[in-house]
Ligand binder design. Structure first.
Ligand code: GMT
Length: 378
């Protein structure tokens, strides 16, 4: 099949899922066209069956805001027509689902029909999407998509709850590539970070408010008071500066490392003992799943899709959002008991295997086939 993928080309979240999906599909013989404003972060090397089409925008004195939607729609029309694509798969509803609908309508006037699949990732529904400034367009474009998927059961339910959406939403979970995410022996890393054999706690995110990274510091402080430990903070974003200050106030600087964005995050996960994800909203929690694939148990909030990924009492623990006392108590209970840690590591890996890319990709292929067969040509 010839598939066009539209996504945000940024680190983390929906862009990563879209890129890994495209690369996986290309490996399985599909021709994949990425259409976005910048080369996706994980698409740096040459890949057979993969083409990248950059969307360029026009500046003009009249425009206070560059009309990216119009440029993207025009690019979609061009690529779909000249590459003769079979299907467009857009990731993150805003603005991609609406833009794809516009491109589809334009193409129809030119005698080309292109079915559109929209994948909902999280904040496009839960945080940004249901704001009045976006909601009518989000609901309309979801309803107009030929196929809609959500990355968790919880996100599917929230979509029905927040919007007047009446098409079927298929849940296709996020996935893990075990060729990349697995426990490896990086003893020299471990020695550099925890020279005295301290426990290593880790958090990975884009440091936005919704990730509640300050709760990570609060949990870590309580663990550190109980046992020698180190904290790795991976990623970057708007909250980083505040957190660095908070870290100084809490006198945790010597035990905490802000590592910024890391390409080989799996190497750091592989030497860690516990992953902390206290998010205030999380449709799935891909970063937690990546940790679990590296045999790292997870302490998380119980919000959104997290209970579908992190199993309470088996792969880690779930707490109410903001309950740092409970999170810390759970963290300590795992870290102080070698046998329990070993068992939780094993359980985490077992659970992560349910989301193996080789199990999830065929679900997308099957869904594409269904959509192409059943889409209504109007
Ligand atoms: O919020 C983010 O971390 C980024 C966002 C995105 O769409 O880029 O992530 C969402 O999509 C990820 C991939 O499907 C999910 O694993 C995250 O849980 C989800 N984030 C939230 O719901 C806050």
């Amino acid at each position: 099949m010839k598939i066009g993928i539209v996504c945000y080309p940024t680190y983390g979240g929906s862009g990563v899922v879209a890129t890994e999906l495209g690369l996986g599909l290309a490996k399985r013989g599909h021709e994949v066209h990425f259409i976005t404003y910048k080369r996706p972060a994980r698409l740096s090397a040459f890949h057979e069956n993969v083409v990248f089409h950059e969307v360029s925008t026009q500046d003009y004195p009249l425009f206070e805001y560059t009309p990216y939607d119009t440029s993207l729609a025009s690019k979609l029309v061009d690529v779909v027509k000249f590459e003769d694509l079979d299907l467009l798969h857009v990731h993150y509803a805003i603005p991609h689902a609406a833009v794809a609908y516009m491109a589809k309508k334009i193409l129809l006037t030119q005698g080309k029909y292109i079915p559109v699949v929209t994948t909902l990732h999280g904040t496009d529904i839960t945080l940004v999407g249901n704001d009045n400034s976006f909601a009518p367009v989000v609901a309309f474009s979801i309803n107009k998509s030929d196929g809609v998927t959500a990355v968790s059961e919880s996100l599917k339910q929230q979509t029905y709850e927040y919007f007047d959406v009446h098409n079927d939403i298929r849940v296709i979970n996020n996935f893990i590539d075990f060729d990349r995410f697995r426990r490896s022996n990086k003893d020299h890393f471990k020695k550099a970070i925890a020279p005295e054999g301290e426990r290593i706690l880790v958090h990975v995110s884009n440091f936005r408010k919704v990730k509640r990274v300050e709760d990570v510091l609060q949990v870590f402080k309580r663990v550190y008071d109980e046992m020698p430990s180190k904290l790795l903070l991976i990623g970057d974003g708007p909250e980083r500066h505040n957190l660095e200050e908070r870290c100084r106030e809490m006198k945790l600087c010597h035990e905490t490392r802000f590592l910024g964005k890391q390409d080989a995050v799996e190497e750091l996960l592989a030497i860690s003992d516990l992953f902390i994800m206290p998010s205030g909203s999380e449709s799935f929690g891909l970063a937690a799943l990546e940790a679990m694939a590296c045999e790292v148990p997870v302490i998380s909030s119980n919000i959104g899709g997290l209970p579908e990924v992190n199993i309470h009492g088996e792969t880690g623990y779930l707490s109410e959002v903001g309950d740092v006392e409970d999170m810390a108590a759970n963290a300590i209970s795992i870290l102080k008991d070698e046998g329990k840690l070993k068992q939780f590591r094993k359980n985490a890996l077992e659970q992560a295997r349910r989301f193996d890319i080789d199990k999830i990709l065929p679900q997308y292929e099957q869904y594409y086939e269904e959509v192409v067969k059943t889409a209504v040509y109007s």
